[in-house]
Ligand binder design. Sequence first.
Ligand SMILES: NC(=O)c1ccc[n+]([C@@H]2O[C@H](COP(=O)([O-])OP(=O)(O)OC[C@H]3O[C@@H](n4cnc5c(N)ncnc54)[C@H](OP(=O)(O)O)[C@@H]3O)[C@@H](O)[C@H]2O)c1
Length: 301
Amino acid sequence: MPRHITVVPASTKAGRETIRVLLASESKPLVRGIYRDTSKVPAEFASHSNFEAVQGDVGTGAGLDFSRSDAVFYIPPPIYDGTDQGEWATQTATNVKSALESAPNVQRLLLFSSVGSQYNHGVGILRLNHISDKILENSVPEVLIIRPGYFHEDWAHLLEIAKADPPVLESWLTPLEHKVPMVGLQDIGETCAETLLAESTKPSPYYFKLFGPRHYGSLDLRSAVEEITGKEVQLKIVERGELPSFFAKLLPPTYVQELVDMTTAVLPGGTMAGDFEYDEGTVRGRVELVDSLRKLYTKEK
Ligand SMILES: NC(=O)c1ccc[n+]([C@@H]2O[C@H](COP(=O)([O-])OP(=O)(O)OC[C@H]3O[C@@H](n4cnc5c(N)ncnc54)[C@H](OP(=O)(O)O)[C@@H]3O)[C@@H](O)[C@H]2O)c1
């Protein structure tokens, strides 16, 4: 069982939740978190005797010292500064691969990926994950690659919308009965920590999906927001043709088409639409969408 684990970048949502579970684990591993800005280390980690924070950057490769670890958890961070997502994926995964080559003691890599990362085109921004998977899938003796669904917590902005008068929830999940895989950060943290600490692993590389207890669509989003906030919410569907103008309100122009392509890929008939079944290798989480969002809402209050 790995005794010393490096998480990089530790400030990612998946990295943070996994560190939290590792530090609470009875197996008491030593955890090293790599941050490009160490002022962002959460106080609960900084004060923990089994945790060490170090400065490092997956973009430049600086500070990626894995020499004391027997396992590494890498979460490819997306970039939104105008850099091409494919070039960024290659640069960052190559930096991580070089660091692994300089650390022969690392036996296990857990690579955070995404549902749909097996496609080399037609999945928009998820090419970040496709490229990272390919560069790293044989980098150390045991490579485990996790393909989660959409994070529950990435719908947190809907709780804000509920404060408007009248509250209108815009959703690109169409048609109304269409449901896609989603998963909460609690299940992500627990599954990643368990995988990092497991005694024996699968043949390498081993790809597996992580979904929540069930899939969700637009009506589930609305009912979760209504249940949590106690407000009646109107649903406004964003039709396929409206996706470019919808994402243009949220992102720099360079990334709009990539978001449109990723979204179209999960809609009926899209590249990823056939990948949503729970199969033999799929880990099924326990936490419902409404409970993940309620936790955020209660914390904010
Ligand atoms: N979100 C989802 O629904 C979802 C679903 C499936 C898979 N995924 C995958 O999960 C991964 C994370 O995506 P996310 O959007 O959820 O991101 P995220 O967890 O919000 O991560 C972004 C973080 O990466 C850090 N970072 C960025 N560039 C860095 C660098 N050069 N060196 C060190 N740290 C750096 C940033 O740290 P600072 O604190 O320093 O800014 C920021 O905290 C992606 O590979 C994505 O495809 C996401």
